[in-house]
Design a protein around this ligand. Structure first.
Ligand code: SAH
Ligand code: SF4
Length: 356
């Protein structure tokens, strides 16, 4: 059985063409799957009964299953989803209120089951790598989350932005990432333009080049340390690509109009949050002409050696950057009461199941 979530629009078109159907049928089917979020062929009223019958014999529309949902006091909603082979991944919906007072949602998406990069502060990193997620699994997260929003929110909820900051390293699964980004950009489907999508990476040479050439998303780089030495301690996998080389590549990265590279700097108490590191960070940011910094407060994980930084140190760190004329914004991650940082829900679910 062909899971139709796994086909891009061109692939769906040729799949239907082989069955003798014209292109406009593929467009209709695409709309049913991605725009109307139909899960059964019976609902597809604009298709003939014969075609619906044929589809139900040859294909399925298989969404990831919801294993559990947790909601934080700030509205952040975290889903643990079960994939076809039983593997589980996480996705998070994060609300924010815009200037007009309307709630807009951002979804954080996973791209791999686990991660091979082994960052020492990251729950996903400590799980190791299991496998890449397919295009249908990546986009299936959006279908599940939208469905949940429609069911639970009185007004039509707006899923505004997508960030690839969930489990896994997106650029190590570039083929499926690109297929997902292309599908998001298709008319008549989920309709997310590249300006509403951010891909976060710890920095992978080959994938970075490909993402830049594709122009399919904004770029965020997980920096987390201002020197090669400290970075190698915190992010042993990522640091195999020397920091100087990464910065050089970022300088020639093809940016969109008004785009700047976002550096993410996860602040770990007593590890990378001192004034010396802030001054070193200034040099790095200046080395990349168009860039800005998000300072992220570490969300403590049981069993992890790292601690949340003190507020004084965070503010002092930010001030050093501001005094140097560098744009830095502090981001206290939402959903802290539900383990909403990368990989944390899966870890606590596994611990509960193991009786811990
Ligand atoms: N692999 C990619 C994208 C997924 S990680 C990357 O590394 O960029 C997404 C972000 O979650 C990273 O910036 C990581 O630093 C952050 N993160 C991981 N564990 C965290 C924690 N306990 N608290 C806060 N942020 C965390
Ligand atoms: Fe992988 Fe990103 Fe976690 Fe590092 S921070 S282990 S790259 S998911």
């Amino acid at each position: 059985m062909q899971n139709l979530l796994e086909l891009t629009l061109p692939e769906l078109t040729s799949w239907l063409a082989e069955l003798g159907h014209p292109r406009f049928r593929a467009v209709q089917l695409w709309q049913w799957i991605w725009q109307h979020m139909a899960r059964s062929f019976d609902d597809m009223s604009s298709l003939s009964k014969a075609l619906r019958q044929q589809l139900s014999e040859l294909a399925v529309i298989r969404w990831p299953e919801v294993d559990r949902i947790q909601q934080s006091s700030d509205g952040t909603t975290k889903f643990l989803l079960r994939l076809e082979d039983g593997e589980r991944i996480e996705t998070v919906l994060i609300p924010s209120t815009n200037r007009e007072g309307n709630v807009r949602w951002t979804q954080c998406l996973s791209t791999q089951v686990g991660c091979a990069m082994g960052c020492t502060f990251c729950s996903t990193g400590t799980m190791g790598f299991t496998r890449n997620m397919t295009m249908g699994e990546i986009l299936g997260q959006i279908l599940v989350a939208r469905d949940h929003l429609h069911d639970t929110r009185p007004q039509w909820p707006v899923l505004r932005n997508l960030v690839f900051m969930g489990m896994g390293e997106p650029l190590l699964n570039y083929t499926n990432l690109e297929r997902a980004l292309l599908s998001l950009n298709e008319n008549g489907g989920l309709n997310f333009s590249p300006r509403r999508i951010t891909v976060s990476t710890c920095g992978i040479r080959k994938g970075l080049k490909e993402l830049g050439e594709s122009g399919l998303a904004f770029l965020a780089i997980s920096l987390h340390a201002p020197t090669q030495e400290l970075r190698a301690r915190l992010m042993p996998g990522a640091a195999k690509w020397p920091l100087d080389d990464l910065l050089d590549t970022l300088n020639s990265y093809p940016l969109k109009t008004r785009e700047r590279v976002t550096f993410e700097y996860l602040m770990l108490g007593g590890v990378n949050d001192g004034p010396e590191q802030a001054r070193q960070l200034i040099k790095i940011v200046r080395a990349v002409r168009k860039s800005k910094i998000n300072l992220i407060i570490y969300n403590e994980t049981p069993g992890s050696p790292y601690r949340e930084p003190s507020e004084d140190r965070v503010l002092a760190f930010e001030k050093i950057l501001w005094d140097a004329g560098i744009t830095a914004v502090i981001r206290k991650s939402k959903g802290r009461d539900i383990d909403a940082a990368c990989g944390q829900l899966k870890v606590s679910a596994m611990q509960e199941e193991a009786g811990a």
